[in-house]
Design a protein around this ligand. Structure first.
Ligand code: GTP
Ligand code: MG
Ligand code: ZN
Length: 343
């Protein structure tokens, strides 16, 4: 067993950082003896914070520069480094990767978080609550294959918390939904079960929903800067600007991220199919295989609308998101084949 090459306190340190057989099994015997596994804890402008067994350093990453996208680092990545020079040998295959491509086909890919076990999709119970936006994050989590938990914050600001919980639950059967006052340790404590030793939880959501506040409360500190939202529309001020992992006393890691301005779907067909499984199952029962679910005879989707088993707004969102994903994926594919031809 290759893991036995590592002395036990080191093994313990690594396990607490989230090291798993999935990563260990990728190392060749040579790599085991020459390199040290370290995790990317934070990415700042030009520098990355790395942690391993008895190792903590802020380094300027040196990676082979063949394809910049291929060697882009994400917070949460596991790397092999030469312990003497801190030179990065390679990025280990990721168990999961959150990424996004900002609208416009040629824009650089942004890596949000890697090797995440659970994602808290954070939204607040105020004017800024938007079910369609929540659904986009859910599709992204399903696409990446990471367990999603919807965390509704600012329960103290609403008289009708159940309406928010019900709306979120309606997105997918069995979806975990928690509702908290992110400033209150007792309330936020309900999230502790997802944050055990070695677990990595990424927090995603718009600016101002209270991601950093939650992390401060769960850690029992005020280390991370937070900022009031705008009074007029409850929108945030983009306070957090770095992606960074924060350790909880109980052992888990919370990965804070900057609030996203816009989340467009690209290459998310699997996530869409997962979240809208019911509609796809209905569509298979339509008389025509290319049914557009408008006025065709024998349309099972329209029939479900008439019977009230499918909500019209849900069908509308599915249509819109599918069209968006198709358009973005097609323009990305065009962009890829153009760059291939240039090489
Ligand atoms: N009333 C109330 N206010 C909260 C709650 N959670 C967060 N806030 C407040 O909401 C504001 C924004 O919180 P942040 O934690 O900075 O939000 P964020 O999601 O980290 O925002 P960005 O870093 O800009 O993406 C702060 O003034 C918090 O005190 C809550 O549960 N209830
Ligand atoms: Mg923040
Ligand atoms: Zn149909």
């Amino acid at each position: 067993m290759s893991g036995e090459l590592i002395p036990s306190t080191e093994a313990q340190d690594l396990m607490e950082l989230g090291w798993r057989p999935f990563f260990r099994d990728q190392l060749s015997p040579e790599e085991h003896s020459h390199f040290q596994p370290v995790r990317v804890m934070a990415i700042y402008r030009g520098k990355v914070a790395l942690s391993g067994a008895g190792f903590e350093q802020l380094v300027v990453p040196k990676v082979p520069n063949s394809d910049p996208e291929e060697y882009q680092l994400a917070v949460g990545d596991w790397l092999l480094i030469d312990p003497a020079s801190s030179q990065i040998s390679r990025i280990l295959d990721r168990a999961s990767l959150f990424k996004r491509r900002p609208p416009g086909s040629g824009r650089a890919l942004q890596l949000i978080a890697a090797n995440v076990d659970t994602v808290f999709i954070v939204a607040s119970c105020n004017h800024d609550f938007n079910l369609a936006r929540l659904e986009r994050y859910l599709i992204l989590a399903r696409e990446v294959g990471v367990q999603p938990v919807v965390v509704l914050t600012k329960v103290d600001l609403t008289d009708t918390p159940n309406q928010f919980v019900e709306a979120a639950r309606s997105l997918q059967p069995g979806l975990e939904v928690a509702i908290v006052d992110g400033r209150d340790p007792h309330s936020a404590g309900s999230l502790a079960s997802w944050c055990g030793v070695g677990e990595t939880v990424a927090l995603l959501g718009s600016s101002g929903v209270g991601k950093s506040t939650l992390i401060n409360t769960l850690r029992g500190s005020q280390d991370i800067a937070t900022q009031d939202v705008r009074e007029a529309d409850s929108k945030g001020r983009h306070t957090t600007t770095v992606r960074e992992m924060h350790r909880l006393a109980q052992g888990g890691w919370l990965l804070d991220t900057p609030g996203m301005r816009e989340l467009q779907l690209t290459d998310a067909a699997a996530g869409l199919a997962d979240v809208f499984e019911d509609i796809l199952a209905l569509a298979q029962q339509c008389k025509f295989s290319d049914c557009a679910h408008r006025n065709e005879p024998g349309c099972a989707v329209r029939q479900a609308l008439i019977e009230g088993t499918l909500q019209p707004d849900r069908l509308e969102r599915w249509g819109k998101l599918t069209a968006e994903d198709d358009a973005n994926s097609a323009s990305l594919e065009q962009h890829r084949s153009r760059t291939r031809r240039k090489r």
